[in-house]
Design a protein around this ligand. Sequence first.
Ligand code: ATP
Ligand code: MG
Length: 412
Amino acid sequence: MSQDHQRICLIHYHEIGLKGHNRARFEMRLLKNVESLLVGYPVVTIHRISGRLCVFLKEGTDLDTAVRASEVILRVPGVARVSCGFKCIRDLEVMGQVAIEALAEAGDFSSFKVQARRNHTDFETTSMDMNRIIGAVLCERFPEKQVKMKAPDVQVGVEVVQNAVYVYARSVRGVGGLPVGSSGKVVTLLSSGIDSPVATWRIARRGAICIAVHFSGRPQASDASEYLVDDIARVLERSGCIARTYIVPFGDHQREISLKVPPALRIIMYRRLMFRVAQEIARREGAGALVTGESLGQVASQTLANIRCTDAVVDLPVFRPLIGSDKQEIIADAEALGTFDISSQDVSDCCTLFMPRNPETQGDLAVVEEAESALPIEQWVCSIADSAEVHDYACPSYKRPRGSIAADQQGQ
Ligand code: ATP
Ligand code: MG
């Protein structure tokens, strides 16, 4: 039977539907993002059909492949739900047979119900009647299963849209949010720690294209953190969330800072320089905000006073999606995202370099500015940004800034 009916993955979305006249643009963005992540899967085409996207799979595609494709899709921001099933003709008898096949593939369950809907009333059978008729066919074929109207284990979707019918029983929740590329571009400060990959993911899930900046301890420390950041970027790339990383060798500047400013102020100084460099990269990329993985009070640099000292050096808004999150919540998110194991590896990045024994937790802006005046900070910012290595990742909505060439053409 699966040879007769085309396999499909139906993509449901919620929020896009609320976006009024932007809706078509958002749907197209989501379609392009999904399409690029499904390269390598047997996809014939992807179409918009009545408030859904439908991925049509090639003839002969097996269940396992369809399920793997749906697992790729459910991680894509903007996807609220993915349903795996079949397309068939508008014939009640055929619909019943296909519903049997779909339910047979639904795995373990003890109760079900049919949820039919029709896009146009030109299909003469009402949704209620379809529920009844297809429900009866399924009851006959699966007599040991129970029909349950409230919270059934499996819901058999039967959607009559224009000249076709889409039938499915496997349906899984997606990550939700908005398609990457629908909310502009941000620069995210990405360490190899647990928090910043989660913060990056959260902002990407709201539709922002993420450009990461990583400050490496090189040449004063090893480049190990750079490899972890690449691994993290590859995880984010699976959802089309990240377009580029800028890897900035930062060790020499930290050393300079550590020699010239009082030890207690070092961390604030490092962070003010990081923010300035990130803002310079944002300017070059045309990004509209910075993002960090800070969470209030988690470490010395994340107090209100110190956050004020770092924010004072940039004009761009700084988003901190984790500011009110507890570590355990962040860890749970990192596990779900797939970055936790990478971030748990103990390597030194610039954070561990030239750290003072007693960092200031209540930085005073005037004192910090005075101490900083001993350093040629403004001159450093552009040269540090220039020294960054750029790595590109697959992000279909990303457009390189004018004059910037692809990383693989830079001889790296
Ligand atoms: P994380 O787990 O994300 O490293 P953290 O708890 O270690 O965070 P900090 O080291 O104070 O906290 O860093 C706070 C934020 O500053 C990070 O979430 C990240 O956004 C940014 N940051 C810190 N170190 C770096 C770095 N080496 N490169 C880029 N950004 C960094
Ligand atoms: Mg850190």
